[in-house]
Design a protein around this ligand. Structure first.
Ligand code: AMP
Ligand code: MG
Length: 326
């Protein structure tokens, strides 16, 4: 087994218990412990593991962009203070900012409410070669909108769209959308950051007690906390109905930030490893172009300079020097 295969095995061990089996019925908080971590794993080892994951991510992203065939959509859902922002910041350090986009979704605008409910999310899907993170996503349409039925009223739906089981219809529509995106080369990584009620209370208090965290606190967050049980039910239903083979949910334990970040990075690395993006092959005609340009540049060498200082610097060791010698 080579090194990269060993690493992937290690990653699989981290993420397997977090995956929501398609078709299973999830009951939160019973089925997933917000304080879970890999047995015996210490924070110090965890930091090393995260660094390794980030390095792998950066390499994969390079190839994803060069190949320009697949895109990756990362969907982040969580209750307030579960660590969405911190996870994005930590997991994405070390990747090329040109290849990543982050979109946060807030209360919809009048214009957005004048469209079908998926419309606003479609504007920001990743292009090929790109990793795009949705900080909240179309899943809010079966979460906050479910917990607050008045939000559904604001969506100006025709009566027939509100009759029957609205949420089941939406699960089906979301599953169809994700099937369509996957079939078209957009892979979807779905992370639910699972925080406990007590840890949320502590983090809210921290935001109140520390002056430089005050900006993060909103009394609205405390009002939402009063709906804790309804949210747990809405999340459970969402996980039960929208975890599919091609776009499974991962429940990321969020009470320990360090493990949360490792787990999130691990799922993303695994997805990229499955895509296994490759640098594009250089075509015959491009190869001829490269050779001609090389000859041209070498002929421009000033007196006394090496014809190709780069190749001379390699001393005949590196692969790059042989790249054109097919
Ligand atoms: P934050 O992400 O903490 O800045 O907060 C964004 C707010 O927008 C949250 O309170 C969400 O519940 C709310 N929000 C996001 N999407 C929707 C939606 N589709 N309908 C209503 N509210 C939403
Ligand atoms: Mg907030």
């Amino acid at each position: 087994m080579d090194l990269s295969e060993k690493r992937l095995r290690r990653i699989d061990k981290v993420i397997e218990p977090l995956r929501v089996k398609p078709g299973s019925r999830v009951q939160l908080p019973h089925d997933f412990d917000p304080a879970y971590k890999v047995h015996g794993l210490k924070k110090k080892q965890g930091v090393k593991l995260l660094a390794e994951g980030i390095r792998m991510l950066s390499e994969y992203q390079d190839r994803l962009a060069a190949q320009d065939t697949y895109g990756v959509l990362v969907v982040l859902q969580a209750l307030d203070a579960a660590g969405k922002d911190g996870t994005i910041r930590h997991v994405m350090t070390g990747v090329n900012p040109q290849g990543v986009a982050v979109h946060g979704f807030k209360v919809p605008s009048e214009e957005e409410l004048d469209h079908d409910y998926l419309w606003r999310y479609m504007q920001h899907l990743p292009s090929r070669g790109e990793i795009c993170i949705f900080n909240r996503s179309y899943y809010e349409e079966v979460l906050v909108v479910r917990v607050h039925p008045e939000l559904l009223t604001r969506q100006k739906l025709p009566d027939e769209a509100k009759s029957g089981d609205v949420w089941r219809h939406r699960y089906r529509e979301i599953n169809n959308l994700e099937r369509y995106l996957t079939d078209n080369g957009i892979r979807i990584v779905k992370l639910f950051l699972n925080i406990s009620k007590e840890e949320q209370r502590t983090r809210f208090l921290r935001r109140i007690d520390l002056a430089d965290k005050n900006w993060k606190f909103s009394s609205h967050d405390v009002a939402e906390r009063a709906h804790w049980d309804e949210y747990q039910t809405a999340f459970s239903e969402m996980l039960s109905h929208t975890s599919t083979e091609h776009a499974p949910w991962y429940v990321i334990p969020a009470d320990r930030k360090w493990f949360e970040r490792i787990a999130a990075a691990a799922v993303l690395v695994r997805t990229l490893a499955d895509i296994d993006p490759q640098f594009p092959e250089v075509s015959e005609s491009k190869h001829r172009d490269l050779l001609a340009a090389k000859e041209h540049l070498e002929a421009e060498a000033p007196h006394g300079a090496a014809a190709d200082p780069f190749q001379a610097g390699l001393g005949g060791k590196g692969d790059a020097g042989h790249a054109l010698a097919r």
